[in-house]
Ligand binder design. Structure first.
Ligand SMILES: *[C@@H]1O[C@H](CO)[C@@H](O)[C@H](O)[C@H]1NC(C)=O
Length: 107
């Protein structure tokens, strides 16, 4: 049976450090990184589901848009985008707090 697509809008506030996610250099002129990030939901309505973000992250830009390329559980066949905004960062400790506004279309 076909199910209608749903749109989910999430705001995720992520305390992070440089060890979270997979980064690759993707730019020679400014700090542009290729980032792969796996959001795994461990509670609530989406417990057990994941969302995969893969795209260019120009870390020094105020907002960065990255594609949602897929997911699992509730987010199977997910497509969408995430907008990342850094609220706080400390280059000495590599700590940061980043807000991800996620718009995702799924079934
Ligand atoms: C999330 O799901 C797992 C696996 O089903 C379960 O063990 C866990 O208790 C759930 N967590 C919450 C907060 O509901």
């Amino acid at each position: 049976m076909a199910r209608a697509a749903a749109t989910t809008i999430l705001t995720l506030l992520l305390p992070t450090n440089s060890s979270l996610g997979l980064y690759a250099s993707a730019d020679s002129s400014q700090t542009g990184l290729l980032m792969a990030l796996n959001f795994a939901f461990l509670e609530g309505k989406f417990n057990g589901s994941t969302l995969i973000v893969l795209g260019r992250n120009a870390v020094f830009s105020a907002t960065r848009e990255m594609p949602i390329v897929g997911g699992s559980g509730v987010f199977r066949f997910a497509r969408g985008y995430a907008k990342a905004r850094t609220h706080f960062s400390d280059f000495k400790t590599s700590d940061a707090v980043v807000q991800y506004d996620v718009y995702v279309l799924h079934y």
